[in-house]
Design a protein around this ligand. Sequence first.
Ligand code: MN
Ligand code: MN
Ligand code: MN
Length: 289
Amino acid sequence: MSTTERLKIDLHSHTTFSDGHLSVIELIDRAHNMQLDVLAITDHDTLAGLAPAHAYQAKQRRKLHIVDGIEISTRWHSFEIHVVGLKLDIENKLFQKRLLQQQARRDERAERIAAKLAKAGFADCLADAKQLAGEGQVTRAHFARVLVQRGVVDHMQKAFDKYLGKGKRAYVTANWIDLATAVEWIQQAGGQAVLAHPYQYDMTMKWLRRLLTDFKAANGDAIEVIHGSNLDAQRRKMLATLCREYGFKASVGSDFHLPGRWTELGKNLSLPDELVPIWQDWTMTEETV
Ligand code: MN
Ligand code: MN
Ligand code: MN
């Protein structure tokens, strides 16, 4: 692809290998139907979906280019900050080993969440969450689905608002790696590090600026200026301004988890012209058999 100008690009999505509701194949088929040119699969703390994605693509002979990605949870002050890694070498042994540590932390968090839910009167949530997660990572979204299935709450957001969200009864401060370490892991695996959804951390502008300063100091590459859940033009403009001010490249992603009213692959993701896209120097070739 010689020009990236007209490409439909989405650099943040999930499959059933973490908290997405679509399998790798369903996600890729949907991306194809939505006429995407480029899709990054960025499951939480795992690369497990990427080999199956390439195997499937090799059979399809479609123009859709799959970017090898991940979304790593980190701890920064009292916040859980997400860092998306793009264009990773998924064969990198050191990175794979490091991810096992992170997955162990995730499992430990799941046990602690389940213990807190048990105290709140909901026994055995871990087994149910694990069943929902199947071969994928257990996330808070799985616990939220368990609470919906049991009729404790009527939709997932309520499960977060009442139990699983920050400061709520079953919230656990997870022992994630720190922000700079996530950037280092990603870059040492040949990837680029993107600060995910900067508007979703419920922080003041002062804290957001501290976060951007620290992410810059950690050698972060880009920030997600355009995010599926942030349709507010003023906020997007503010993030674009901050992106330029701090000298980051810009990324775009729907953060697709499931088909819904607000999120769709590749929808409303165009980047303001004045920003440097993170894909500026990428060579994107069609999948070959
Ligand atoms: Mn998620
Ligand atoms: Mn996230
Ligand atoms: Mn995500």
